[in-house]
Design a binder for this molecule. Structure first.
Ligand SMILES: NC(=O)C1=CN([C@@H]2O[C@H](COP(=O)(O)OP(=O)(O)OC[C@H]3O[C@@H](n4cnc5c(N)ncnc54)[C@H](O)[C@@H]3O)[C@@H](O)[C@H]2O)C=CC1
Ligand SMILES: O=C(O)[C@@H]1CCC=N1
Length: 275
């Protein structure tokens, strides 16, 4: 990976190698980050994580090793344990260390309170990062200079697209839209498959059709320059079958107000997690 600065003497320290931490680590290693420049703190590695670490020759530590000053500390632990964990990470932070958090609902102020003065970026990626197709939005505190911002951008671009925002308050909405969003899409597949069974199809075919439809529509959206609205219109013949279904999905009590309520609930929960 071009321009990565972590080294064996001044490593990237990953705190938590669960689903998201492992996805990030995998992207960095694939992008050329030297495994010797990575220290992983993970008290209970999953089998997938253990395989990833084993292939790279990285040892999982239960706690930060003594005497290590990090180039970057990446916080990929649950927000609920952040407050208790942060003070124990202070020894990793020295001059020039950048902290990158991916935790939902943990504010820059929460992070500064736990870690002390440091250059800190708060971000929200999403699980398509596991296949290099994530999107992350990030906000920096006042101590993050251009070099730290570039480093964080490169780390996050290893697993997908990156959008910087200047207002931290936007991160709760980001969490509700793109952070949690993949779950909404997967639930849509579940719902379409259930509807297919109700419409008379056997369950295996129902799931296959629902899954392939969302995969294909996502790929078309990805490759096309057309707007989602135009892509929808391209499926919809006047007086045809799609129009009959969209009469329900686009009704006043259809998908749009439901999505608005769902995103508002996720945003509120993100705000609550900030304490
Ligand atoms: N899963 C998702 O879709 C997204 C998650 N996030 C955020 O990413 C963070 C991690 O979430 P997931 O990867 O889904 O959770 P996870 O449960 O898969 O990973 C958390 C990992 O932290 C480890 N851990 C627990 N205590 C630790 C400690 N003291 N030191 C180091 N590691 C410790 C656990 O063993 C676990 O492997 C959370 O803060 C979440 O809000 C952000 C965006 C999307
Ligand atoms: O559900 C959660 O709290 C995390 C944050 C965004 C996606 N998963």
């Amino acid at each position: 990976m071009q321009g990565m600065t972590p080294t064996a003497d001044r490593p990237l320290v990953l705190i938590g190698a669960g689903k998201m931490g492992s996805a990030l680590l995998s992207g960095w290693l694939d992008g050329g980050l030297d495994a010797k420049a990575v220290v992983v703190i993970e008290p209970s590695p999953s089998p997938e994580c253990a395989a990833l670490l084993g292939d790279a020759g990285i040892v999982a530590h239960a706690a930060p090793p003594a005497g290590v000053t990090a180039d970057v500390v990446v916080l990929a632990i649950k927000p609920q344990i952040m407050g208790d964990t942060l003070p124990g990470l202070r020894s990793l932070i020295g001059p020039g260390t950048t902290v990158l958090s991916i935790a939902a609902g943990t504010t820059l102020a929460n992070l500064e309170a736990g870690l002390g003065p440091a250059a800190i970026v708060r971000s929200i990626p999403n699980t398509p990062a596991q296949v290099g197709r994530g999107i992350t939005a990030a906000v920096a505190n006042g101590r993050v200079g251009p070099e730290a911002r570039d480093l964080v951008t490169r780390l996050l671009e290893a697993v997908g697209d990156v959008a910087w925002v200047e207002e931290e308050a936007m991160i709760d909405a980001v969490t509700a839209v793109s952070g949690s969003g993949p779950a909404y899409v997967f639930h849509f597949v579940e719902s379409l498959a259930a509807a297919a069974v109700d419409a008379g199809l056997p369950p295996d075919l129902a799931e296959r059709l629902a899954r392939a439809t969302v995969e294909g529509a996502g790929e078309l959206l990805y490759r096309s320059d057309l707007s989602p609205s135009q892509l929808r219109k391209n499926v919809t013949s006047p007086g045809g079958t799609t129009a009959a279904a969209l009469d329900h999905l686009m009704a006043e009590d259809g998908l749009s107000p439901l999505m608005t309520r769902a995103v508002a609930a996720a945003k509120k929960r993100s705000e609550e997690l900030s304490g």
